[in-house]
Write a protein that binds this ligand. Structure first.
Ligand SMILES: Cc1cc2nc3c(=O)[nH]c(=O)nc-3n(C[C@H](O)[C@H](O)[C@H](O)COP(=O)(O)O)c2cc1C
Length: 445
């Protein structure tokens, strides 16, 4: 068991616990709204036994994850978090998610990034949520704002909200969502602002479109006694998601994954063995680009922050590991910039850029300069070496101040070749490295 952190949308830190070896194919377990990652620990341990790398993560504003400082709990913030986590995975993951987590996964994958996952297991996924169900789930969520003097009363309250479902079992994992206060009372550990924004209604059109575009293998799992997601909903969803399959857990309600954990694990592991087998992945030209990315990720690199000035004379920059030396005489270097970069035009117009090679202490900056929705230069010490130069980040391991020498087309990237006007380096620091999708540091035997 290893405690991990992910840098979510807008820089919100997301707490996670991983089970098993990081060399195994990853499975990401996402709770539903109101739940915490501990609910998945039993399944994660079983997955680790079955040769998977299982990662349980807390949603923003839940458990040990950060609260969003500006109250961003809208649907798209959760999607941004999921995409950020998946992008940071060493390999393509299967995502397992329940309830609203399942809606988030469907949207994240269906809306333009189907290659991000190698499979989806969705528990109690629903698109067509009726008003009565919305009210009911709203009521169940409101329980989270109640204070309880006894843990069994938490279970009583859940059981009362779902009267014809089996009574949930009181476990430490369930209680992980609650904190015991000094006065002995129990209260839900999350950000209360989460409760106001569950986005259940009004999403039919968006989720229908997203679900129909999912290209990964999908299993739709439901407890047979679930009161809020019917069999008809499952069949409708199955018809919508190409090649999806349905599985039912007999005698389970909406806590199926924890109440009938063994049954659930068996269904999940069977799905993984069939649809996301543990065989080594091979890229063949024209096939899945993520596999090529994973293969390329075996080449360890340093990490840089590439900068320039925009037309308003403000610094801009992004994290890049595509930096390469090209020529000593003339002094040339290159980096490649995705054509999707928000800064493409700025780099093209500026005619100059600087490459700042990161040392290990700059890992937070490297994370920040790869995130969207943050003010990247906030709190960063930078200066121009000369008027007309590009931003040099203080303390960088090395900095190369360049005039753009040439820009070449490179498929979905542009290759910027820079003529180095000025280079400096810091001989007493260790480099920040990047390998298999993770920041690393030098390890001397
Ligand atoms: C370690 C690492 C290396 C990266 N290397 C590159 C790169 O070489 N080129 C690139 O275009 N994006 C690269 N990225 C992704 C960008 O930093 C990221 O997409 C950023 O949000 C782009 O910002 P922009 O659209 O504001 O330019 C890298 C990200 C990380 C974490």
């Amino acid at each position: 068991m290893e405690r991990l952190d992910f840098n979510g949308f807008g820089g919100v830190n997301l707490a996670a616990t991983a089970f098993g070896s990081a060399d195994n194919p990853p499975v990401l377990l996402l709770p539903s709204l109101g739940q915490v990652r501990q609910l998945w620990f039993g399944t994660a341990a079983a997955l680790a036994e079955a040769g998977r790398y299982a990662i349980c993560v807390d949603l923003r504003g839940h458990g040990d994850s950060d609260q969003s400082p500006d109250g961003h709990y809208e649907f798209d913030a959760y999607i941004g978090d999921l995409r950020a986590i998946l992008a940071a995975m060493p390999n393509r993951a299967v995502v397992v998610s329940a309830g609203i987590g399942a809606r988030v996964a469907m949207a994240a994958v269906g809306e333009g990034a189907p290659h991000l996952v190698s499979g989806l297991a969705l528990i109690d996924a629903n698109i067509w949520v009726e008003k009565a169900v919305v009210d009911r789930l709203g009521g169940a969520m409101a329980l989270r704002s109640s204070i309880f003097d006894d843990p069994t009363k938490i279970v009583d309250a859940v059981a009362a909200a779902y009267p014809s479902e089996p009574r949930p079992t009181l476990t430490d994992r369930m209680m992980a969502a609650y904190a015991k206060r000094d006065d002995g009372q129990y209260e839900w550990r999350g950000d209360p602002r989460v409760l106001a924004a569950s986005n259940l209604p009004d999403m039919e059109e968006r989720l229908t479109a997203a679900a129909s575009r999912i290209a990964a293998p999908v299993t739709l799992i439901r407890g047979s006694l679930n009161e809020t997601v019917s069999n008809e909903v499952m069949e409708k969803l199955k018809a919508l998601i190409p090649g999806s399959e349905v599985a039912e857990i007999d005698g389970a309600g909406h806590y199926a994954a924890s109440d009938r954990e063994d049954d659930f694990n068996a269904i999940l592991i069977d799905f993984l063995e069939r649809q996301a087998p543990r065989a080594p992945l091979t890229f063949i030209a024209g096939s899945e680009p993520r596999i090529l990315r994973d293969a390329l990720g075996c080449f360890a690199t340093g990490v840089t922050i590439v900068t320039t000035m925009n037309a308003d004379n403000e610094p801009i920059g992004l994290t890049a590991n595509s930096f390469t030396s090209v020529s000593l005489d003339p002094p040339l270097i290159l980096f490649s910039l995705a054509k999707t970069s928000a800064n493409l035009e700025t780099f093209e117009k500026a005619g100059k850029f600087a490459v700042n090679v990161n040392h290990i202490g700059q890992q937070p900056a490297a994370g920040k300069f790869a995130s969207r929705g943050v003010t990247r230069f906030d709190g960063v010490d930078w200066a121009l070496r000369e008027a007309g130069g590009s931003p040099i980040l203080a303390g960088s391991l090395a900095s190369f101040d360049c005039t753009t020498h040439a820009v070449h087309d490179g498929g979905d990237h542009l290759i910027f070749i820079g003529h180095v006007n000025y280079a400096s380096f810091e001989p007493h620091r260790d480099p920040l490295l990047y390998f298999r999708g993770k920041f690393r540091r030098l390890h001397f035997a």
